[in-house]
Design a protein around this ligand. Structure first.
Ligand code: PGA
Length: 255
């Protein structure tokens, strides 16, 4: 299918950065720069900044996301936030399975699946992150690793629910390191993910599933990555904290 028929989504992942006041300021800077975007624009921010982000993006083309959610609806999980809580606050997107969560906070393929389930049940759109470690790429098992991550996360997800899932391929070695996958490497894995969606759900579903690339995408390399046939946008960390850089990536995706 013609890539033009798929949505392109540029999402910022702010990680553990910005206070509420800084959130308002950064969004106010981004707003005018992306107002004519021909792609979807999302900013995923720390929980504590969600209300400021929702307020600052009111009436704009910028959508707001959280960076994680718990799998239970409520209960004895000190320090956690449920998908239902995010929904109740008016948050439409949530990042799940980011490699920093998997590496530092014990998220596993199974808890990523459970968080995905909870988010879909709450009516959120999930940005599902997958990606291999450097040693796995060196051992030539990238596609096996990524296929397993995607397959487990989508366990029990219906074809209709798949409309609410964006998959972000983020090679772990490229996140926050300044190393970027080449456009060919990014496209190869993104295509592999699309092929897997085709195996699991059929061609129609595969053709419309948004598969992003993430990992040191910036103003300089975005265009080359985004013009690949299977790269439908980006999940942007560092560069999403600078309005001009984030806007340049949105502009590259709008071409
Ligand atoms: P980076 O982060 O752009 O800073 O590499 C990407 C991400 O963590 O989603």
């Amino acid at each position: 299918m013609d890539k033009q028929l798929r949505k392109v989504v540029i999402a910022g992942n702010w990680k553990m950065n910005k206070t509420p006041a800084q959130t308002t300021a950064l969004i106010n800077e981004i707003k005018p720069l992306v107002k004519d975007a021909k792609c979807d624009v999302v900013v995923c921010v720390p929980y504590i900044d969600l209300f400021a982000a929702l307020e600052a993006t009111k009436g704009t083309n910028i959508k707001v996301g959280a960076e994680n959610c718990h799998w239970a609806k409520s209960g004895a999980f000190t320090g956690e936030i449920s998908a239902d809580m995010l929904k109740a606050c008016g948050v439409p997107y949530v990042v799940i399975g980011h490699s920093e969560r998997r590496t530092y906070f014990g998220d596993t393929d199974v808890t990523v699946r459970d968080r995905t389930r909870a988010a879909l049940d709450a009516g959120l759109t999930v940005i599902l992150c997958v990606g291999e470690y450097l040693e796995q790429r060196q051992q030539n098992i990238t596609m096996e690793v990524v296929r397993q991550q995607v397959k487990i996360a989508l366990n029990g997800v219906s074809e209709q629910e798949l409309d609410n899932i964006i998959i972000a391929y983020e090679p772990v070695w490229a996140i926050g390191t300044g190393l970027t996958a080449t456009a060919q490497q990014a496209n190869e894995v993104n295509k592999g993910i699309r092929d897997l969606i085709c195996e699991l759900y059929g061609k129609t579903a595969a053709d419309k599933t948004v598969v992003q690339y993430g990992g040191s995408m910036n103003a300089a390399n975005a265009q080359e990555l985004l013009k690949q046939p299977d790269v439908d946008g980006g999940l942007i960390g560092g560069a999403s904290l600078k309005a001009a850089d984030f806007a340049a990536i949105v502009a590259a995706a709008s071409k």
